[in-house]
Design a protein around this ligand. Structure first.
Ligand SMILES: CCCCCCCC(=O)SCCNC(=O)CCNC(=O)[C@H](O)C(C)(C)COP(=O)(O)OP(=O)(O)OC[C@H]1O[C@@H](n2cnc3c(N)ncnc32)[C@H](O)[C@@H]1OP(=O)(O)O
Length: 256
């Protein structure tokens, strides 16, 4: 099984110039040097978001936490590698469409949509996503649309599942909206991996206010690994395994 998994991953690694999966030190820059990292402070960020971001950057200094860079597009090459690996190259999307496609949560102009940055703790095995929901994400007047919250929950849980196991798709997502979240306010998503059963990863999270006094939303998701070999891929070398995750996920740790 692992051999067939490795065979499927080989083209992805070769495409990244890393046959054999050499240690990755700056994965974000080696492939798409022109890609902008969106998980960095911008003028559109509120003071609260900026403060929280700085606090987590401080936690990154001793290596216990890592900021996950985030890009908005996949290159056509990445797309082709991904479809070849998991869908036998048969996704019915044209190349010119792919070059224009954007990762949904990163498709708004600065300040109008999702502003967010994720931090990953390898030891605690959790992600914290700091975010601010912009003006174009309104649902009922003055508050964030539930679908916007679900988008960010799915993205964060998906990223956690990928870091824990490999390429996943969401099979099931259950959401409890506890309190409406004001537009343009800052929220904190905390994720956890509850269990892994074969190809199934059970992940959950909540969204809290910055002062932790209000829980806005809770989410529980079941993520399905796209290849049955990937649960066991944890026994592969981390760099080999990570090279694979990199192909799929726009949120990429620098040192995995
Ligand atoms: C940037 C990174 C984050 C991005 C996050 C964004 C994530 C997404 O938006 S993904 C898009 C939304 N999701 C989709 O489109 C998925 C569509 N569904 C599918 O492709 C398939 O149904 C898929 C892949 C989930 C599962 O299909 P398949 O591999 O054939 O699973 P299958 O063999 O039927 O079932 C495997 C197991 O999963 C369970 N399962 C399958 N589907 C579901 C489901 N919908 N709910 C609960 N359990 C399920 C089955 O019961 C089975 O369990 P068991 O092994 O205990 O019998």
């Amino acid at each position: 099984m692992l051999r067939s998994c490795a065979a499927r991953l080989r083209p992805l690694l070769v495409a990244h110039g890393r046959p054999g999966g050499a240690r990755l030190t700056s994965t974000f820059s080696f492939e798409e040097v022109t890609q902008k990292d969106h998980a960095l402070p911008k003028p559109s960020w509120s003071k609260d978001l900026r403060l929280l971001f700085d606090q987590f950057m401080k936690k990154c200094e001793d290596g216990s936490w890592e900021r996950l860079p985030s890009c908005s597009r996949h290159s056509v090459q990445r797309f082709q590698n991904f479809t070849k690996a998991f869908f036998s190259g048969s996704i019915p999307v044209k190349e010119e469409q792919i070059s224009q496609a954007k990762f949904f949560p990163r498709s708004f102009e600065d300040g109008l949509g999702f502003e967010y940055a994720m931090f990953w703790s390898k030891d605690e095995k959790r992600i914290v996503c700091l975010f601010q929901g912009g003006l174009y994400l309104q649902g009922i007047p003055g508050f964030l649309h539930g679908g916007a919250l679900v988008t960010l929950i799915d993205t964060t849980l998906g990223t956690h599942a990928m870091l824990a196991g490999g390429a996943v798709m969401t099979a099931n997502l259950s959401i409890n909206f506890k309190r409406p979240m004001p537009l343009c306010s800052v929220g904190v998503i905390n994720t956890q991996l509850d269990k892994i059963e074969g190809r199934k990863l059970f992940v959950s999270c909540n969204i809290q206010s910055v002062d932790e006094k209000t829980v806005y939303t809770e989410g529980t998701g079941k993520k399905l690994l796209l290849s049955s070999c990937l649960a066991s891929s944890l026994s592969l070398s981390p760099s080999f395994f990570f090279s694979f995750v990199l192909v799929y996920n726009p949120h990429m740790p620098i040192n995995f």
